[in-house]
Design a protein around this ligand. Structure first.
Ligand SMILES: [Zn+2]
Length: 429
């Protein structure tokens, strides 16, 4: 065992205890608490984060409401290594869980909402910082923890608009190993239209969807007093091909009027999406949500766009194509994707570290390959910070699903990769 493995072995029980403690707070964003920006759960989890830093002797903590906190160690004259985590979690239905969603250790596996996404990595990285500080390793490290990653990214947006110092380089422990090489661009947009504009002038009720970036598993339209129901199968909007979109069923079954948005859409219906031609490819629109609002209708689309296209060009093109205007937009989430070169110094450092750690590990694992994803992580907001772990190949974390988990052996290995990786940042300047 090297000194990093010894440190993790010595602190493992304490880390797991701290993780279960943070997981016991249900930090789901909610609007019902007027006093707290993202609700009481996120607020309490942020409080707990501060206490944990204190306990570990990490004293330089800065907090901005419940948007974000950061804790920093090392000489401020050094370039900043950033670690970006989040403390909010996605909601859950406890009746779907076999284990306690607020934390349980059973047969060497830690269960609970957030154990892998993203409270587990947060604990691992805090302990790695403690090691760096205690061993007086000449590094400046700032761990930033966001409070709104799972919903609207207001944490990252606020960090940037507050002109907080951006890391020179770093990593985001919020997906899978070895690392995320590319993320597609995203445009998730809600339009407000008249019912005629949308295409169903004689309907009194139109609804469907469960969230802005989930495939709707039900949709309903009422025409001349008669209800028509559609049932599909939900899934993440980035993986639309594997789901069954109830809104698409609706628009293909109930013919919309001419010269309407729905009519343009019907013409481009493809497999579980609307395929709009663009340059030498196509843009896939996925309707996720639809709802009457008095005499208007709100309709949301999710699009994952090839990162080589400029997302604002795509937006302009699509508005024109769909005969819509900027003024029709009531909310949107738009972000440009990226693709890292494998020779990028931070990519190389982190990938090499990962491979070496895996080679040293007693348990043999499939090293996997760099990944390209349709989802969005903090990597889009923090340049030169690579999304790195904590999940391993062929080991499902059940993130966002019932019985989210991480085994103790994977927990220790990920903690080792982060600690050793963090130490290796001394090689960069
Ligand atoms: Zn996450």
């Amino acid at each position: 065992m090297d000194e990093y493995e010894i440190f993790i072995e010595d602190h493992c029980d304490e880390m797991v205890e701290d993780l279960l403690d943070v997981v016991s707070i249900k930090s789901v964003k909610s609007k019902d608490e007027a006093n707290f920006t993202f609700g009481k759960g996120v607020h309490e989890a942020m409080n707990r984060f501060e206490l944990l830093c204190q306990k570990l002797g990490l004293e330089n903590v800065h907090r901005y409401d419940d948007y974000y906190s950061w804790v920093e160690i090392g000489n401020p004259a050094l370039p900043m290594v950033g670690i970006i985590c989040h403390i909010d979690v996605v909601d859950f239905d406890p009746t779907q869980w076999r284990h306690n969603p607020l934390g349980e250790l059973s047969n060497g596996i830690i269960y609970g909402r957030g154990v892998s996404d993203d409270k587990g990595p947060l604990i691992m990285c805090l302990y790695a910082m403690k090691y760096i500080q205690d061993q007086k390793i000449p590094l400046r490290v700032r761990l930033i923890v966001g409070g709104d990653e799972e919903s609207d990214f207001l944490c990252a947006k606020k960090y940037i608009s507050n002109h907080e110092e951006m890391p020179r380089f770093g990593f985001i422990p919020d997906a899978k190993f070895p690392f995320i090489q590319a993320e597609k661009s995203l445009w998730n947009v809600t339009f407000q239209l008249t019912i005629e504009q949308f295409g169903y002038s004689d309907s009194s009720c139109l609804s469907g969807g469960i969230g802005q970036n989930s495939i709707p598993d039900q949709a309903k339209i009422t025409i001349k007093g008669k209800d028509h129901h559609f049932r599909g199968e939900t899934g993440h909007a980035a993986n639309f091909a594997q789901a069954d979109n109830a809104i698409l069923q609706l628009i293909s079954a109930i013919g919309p009027r001419e010269d309407s948005l729905a009519e343009i859409l019907v013409r481009h219906l493809s497999h579980q999406c609307l395929a709009i031609p663009y340059k030498d490819g196509e843009i896939n629109l996925v309707p996720t949500w639809i709802q009457n609002k008095e005499d208007k209708i709100h309709v949301t689309f999710d699009m994952r766009i090839d990162e080589s296209f400029d997302v604002s060009d795509v937006k302009r093109y699509l508005l024109k194509f769909l005969h819509l205007k900027e003024d029709d937009i009531v909310r949107e989430n738009i972000s440009q994707g990226y693709c890292y070169d494998l020779n990028h110094p931070v990519v190389d450092l982190l990938y090499t570290n990962y491979q070496e750690c895996l080679r040293r590990s007693a348990v043999k694992r499939d090293p996997g390959r760099p990944m390209k994803i349709g989802g969005t992580t903090y990597a889009k907001s923090f340049p030169n910070c690579i999304t790195y772990g904590p999940g391993f190949m062929n080991e499902h974390s059940y993130a966002h699903r019932a019985d989210e988990r991480i085994s103790i052996s994977s927990f220790k290995l990920a903690a080792y990769i982060y600690l050793r990786g963090l130490v290796s940042f001394q090689k960069l300047d």
